[in-house]
Design a protein around this ligand. Structure first.
Ligand code: GAL
Length: 819
């Protein structure tokens, strides 16, 4: 054998031997599901032949049907009961002698897991991920294994729709006995300058052998453009059956910062080598940035940033709680278009996807752990698990999430009832704060307090680094005076309610309308709430306030306030206004269609000139009567024209509305809103046009025409090309238009859908919060002239032909390509 060939062969052999075994297998495919009690279904030989075959992530409750017997407060959907999932599988080849773990990123809730009939563990909190080592329970050599998961979500366990099922991704992870632990790297950047950034990497390495092992750990850091920016390594010993933490420190030159405009991300590739053999390769994404909180505000990379924030629940409307990366991405894109730069993950750990997207899109995150501690908000809530699980859940949330540059604070709770206690509440806050600091001392802690001044008087607010204020803008200055060192922000604000495209005249007060809709003049909310303008006003008066997180960016399932109050005849159910079953709080409806409020925030939060006009201009029967017309714009002034005739100019911040903003609270601060322009217009059908001026120049216009009779269905899709990965989505907007293409603002025509080709129609909606029409159907009525169809790509590339038709209307078709 010639020398060269021998060398090559050795090199090849070495390369093969050096390949780490570590493999993460996506474990979502082909589960069996039964949505009812199935006594003994954990048993290995249980007869599951009649069960439904499906892929995860899966939310069984979103399939419906809506029913009054379920709590409208939780969406009026069948989210409680017992759900069983079973999966038959063969252990991956070569896994014998390795460590095999099953990981669930989230299961709603109280998951109990068995492998081959043996109980391997439990995890009650539905919002946290967990894994179990199942190496011992598995059968190797090609024999059948079965994993069984029992979920038992309870009625009266949530204040909103929690979803039900294994609703996040699932993995089967095969590793060498020596490997990086779950969420095993913790990367921080203790000092950052333009010249260099210090990178500290604490990595937990597990040794599941019965011997002391010596390993080499190496980190390679790759810059956003994929170039090697730094590397470092060390050798260390790990005791038998234990773990150790390697702390390695190095510098990256000329760091490219993670910022809102340039969300640069680095990658750390960690390699563990044992006896010359690579036993694990572990990738972690991180960002280099600095954050600081002062009484002057929040600073990102030394620059002041105000939170233009939204609170978001985890559901994605008609898709329920099941994770779809594209659904989260679209949600965030719509929020960004509104001017949003910050998300509060009310009131629980979000999906991994949401955080990855915030990293990629340059959005700040407040990661929130709990809505409740020991004192209950609902009788079967997390309070029943708190004592035993809170420490684990909170620490796991931080371990899971602490490499995300987007996260800038940890929230230990929202409107916790313990605020009201004279004693005791602060001790729990102190304890939770310490848990956070133990796992991540680099970020501040916070909580959303709504019981001002209680949490300040009883020492609870002082336990977190930053006390968030829920719904107390008129107290910002007082808190600042009393606690001059405390950074202050609105952790939850406004809670204004509205239904897209619905206007009632005269404008009603809170909860008076038989339609179970809320007028969209953006003035109405429950007793603790107030219109967005109030918050804008107090932020102007208190420039040191770090910003706000409005309740909410998107409508969500459940909590149909102001409807759906407690119905005493039904034992704790909140069905008083059935079928009101989802929220009215969103600036955007459940479909992702902007309501008027979206534009009010956009007028405060964005620079690019914009203008918006409301209401619609179809008021047959109201001829000559006064219609209040609002214009939201970030320009200086605007002029309104009715059928070509000027109705005058209004100057922003100066010419107050002629319609008094009646329901603003916090007297004596009652004021006409300087954030809206308005006119009282005697109705006449035709064209209503507004012209916006900046520096005296007309730069933008918006025209609305009285729509004629519905004549056609009109389709548009968010993306004409999507991935053929079995998970990507196309969102199709359906409009009912007159013959000239004007939206018919009150149309409620029934639209039928047909789909052919490389996809599937998986959900429909119209944003109506008070209807029991199913989300999974091939038809939908329009609401305020619009509805939505959500199409999922199949795994085979091809064309999707999508058609929408409606009786007496011209139909429309659209083609989506999947690749
Ligand atoms: C808050 C609460 C939110 C939501 C909101 C509705 O008090 O923190 O979860 O219920 O009210 O206005």
């Amino acid at each position: 054998m010639n020398q060269g060939f021998l060398k090559l062969l050795l090199l090849f052999l070495f390369a093969v031997c050096s390949t780490a075994y570590a493999q993460d297998h996506n474990f979502n495919q082909s589960w069996l599901f039964l949505n009812e009690g199935a006594e003994g279904a954990e048993a290995i030989n249980f007869d599951d032949s009649g069960w439904r075959n499906l892929d995860l992530p899966h939310d069984w409750a979103i399939e419906g049907p809506f029913d009054e017997k379920y709590n409208a407060r939780c969406g009026g959907l069948p989210f409680y009961g017992t759900g069983w999932y079973r999966k038959h599988f063969k252990t991956p080849e070569g896994a014998e002698g390795k460590i095999v773990r099953i990981e669930f990123e989230g299961a709603m809730y109280d998951a109990h897991v068995w492998v081959n009939g043996e109980f391997v563990g439990r995890r009650p909190y539905g919002y946290i991920g967990f894994e179990f080592d199942i190496s011992k329970q598995l059968k190797y050599n090609g024999d059948d294994n079965v994993v069984a998961v029992r979920l038992t979500p309870q009625n009266l366990s949530s204040r909103w729709y929690p979803g039900a099922g294994i609703y996040r991704n699932t993995w089967l992870k095969v590793d060498e006995p020596v490997h990086v632990a779950q969420w095993g790297t913790y990367i921080t950047t203790p000092t950052v300058t333009d010249e260099k950034a210090a990178i500290q990497n604490e990595t937990t390495i597990q040794n599941k052998t019965n011997q002391v092992v010596t390993v080499e750990i190496k980190h390679e850091y790759f810059s956003p453009d994929g170039k090697l920016a730094a590397n470092i390594s060390e050798s260390l010993d790990i005791e038998a059956n234990s773990s150790t933490v390697s702390g390695l420190f190095c510098y990256i030159d000329k760091p490219q910062r993670w910022d809102l405009e340039t969300p640069n991300l680095y990658e750390a590739v960690t390699t563990i080598t044992q006896n010359g053999k690579v036993v694990d390769t572990y990738k972690s994404r991180f960002g280099i940035r600095t954050i600081s909180y002062t009484t002057e505000g929040f600073f990102l990379n030394g620059k002041p940033v105000k939170f233009k924030g939204v609170c978001l629940h985890h559901d994605n409307g008609a898709l329920g709680a099941a994770v779809y990366r594209r659904a989260d991405e679209r949600k965030l894109q719509i929020m960004k278009a509104m001017g949003v730069n910050a998300i509060r993950t009310s009131h629980n750990p979000p999906s991994k996807e949401l955080l990855e997207l915030c990293d990629e899109m340059g959005i700040i995150v407040q990661d929130e752990a709990f809505d409740v501690w020991k004192l209950a908000k609902v009788e079967n809530g997390y309070n029943v698990f708190f004592e035993e699980w809170a420490e684990r859940d909170l620490k796991d949330m931080i371990r899971r999430d602490r490499n995300h540059p987007s996260i800038v604070m940890w929230s230990i709770g929202n409107e916790i009832i313990e605020q009201k206690l004279k004693q005791g509440g602060w001790r729990m806050a102190k304890m939770l704060n310490e848990y956070c600091k133990e796992i991540d001392p680099t970020r501040p802690t916070t909580a959303g307090f709504n019981n001002y001044p209680n949490p300040y008087d009883n020492n609870m607010a002082q336990q977190v680094d930053i006390a968030g204020m829920n719904y107390k803008p008129s107290k910002y200055s007082e808190v600042h005076e009393n606690y001059p060192q405390l950074p202050v922000y609105g952790s939850e604000t406004s809670s204004c309610t509205s239904s897209r495209g619905v206007y009632h005249l005269p404008i009603e007060k809170y909860k008076t309308h038989e339609s179970k809709q809320v007028s969209s003049y953006d003035l109405i909310g429950p007793p603790w709430a107030y219109p967005p303008d109030i918050e804008f006003h107090f932020h102007e008066k208190n420039p040191h306030i770090m910003g706000e997180f409005i309740w909410t960016g998107f409508d969500y399932l459940g909590e149909p306030t102001p409807y759906g109050g407690k119905d005493n005849s039904t034992n704790g159910m909140w069905n008083a206004d059935w079928p009101a079953r989802s929220s009215y709080f969103g600036a955007v409806d459940l479909c992702g269609f902007p309501k008027d409020r979206f534009y009010l925030y956009q007028s405060q939060w964005t620079e690019e000139p914009m203008i918006h006009l409301l209401p619609h201009w179809n008021w047959k029967g109201m001829e000559g009567k006064t219609i209040p017309v609002y214009c939201y714009t970030n320009c200086d002034e605007a002029e309104l024209f009715l059928n070509g005739k000027s109705l005058g100019k209004r100057v922003k911040g100066k010419d107050f509305t002629t319609l008094k903003v009646k329901f603003l609270r916090y007297e004596p601060e009652m004021f006409d809103s300087p954030y809206r322009l308005s006119w009282e217009v005697p109705y006449q059908e035709g064209s209503l046009k507004v012209l916006a001026y900046k520096n005296g120049k007309a730069i933008l216009e918006k025209e609305m025409n009285t729509a004629g009779k519905p004549a056609k269905v009109s389709l548009s899709v968010d993306r004409e090309e999507i991935d053929a990965d079995g998970r990507d989505l196309a969102y199709i907007t359906v409009r009912i238009e007159d013959k000239n293409g004007n939206l018919c603002p009150m149309a409620n025509n029934l639209v039928n859908f047909e789909l052919e080709g490389a996809g599937e129609l998986i959900a429909v909606d119209n944003g109506n919060a008070a209807t029991t029409e199913p989300f999974q159907a091939s038809y939908r009525k329009a609401f305020s002239g619009m509805c939505l169809a959500i199409v999922k790509a199949s795994k085979t590339a091809g064309k999707i032909n999508f058609k929408a038709s409606s009786k007496h209307l011209k139909s429309d078709e659209i083609i989506i390509q999947t690749k």
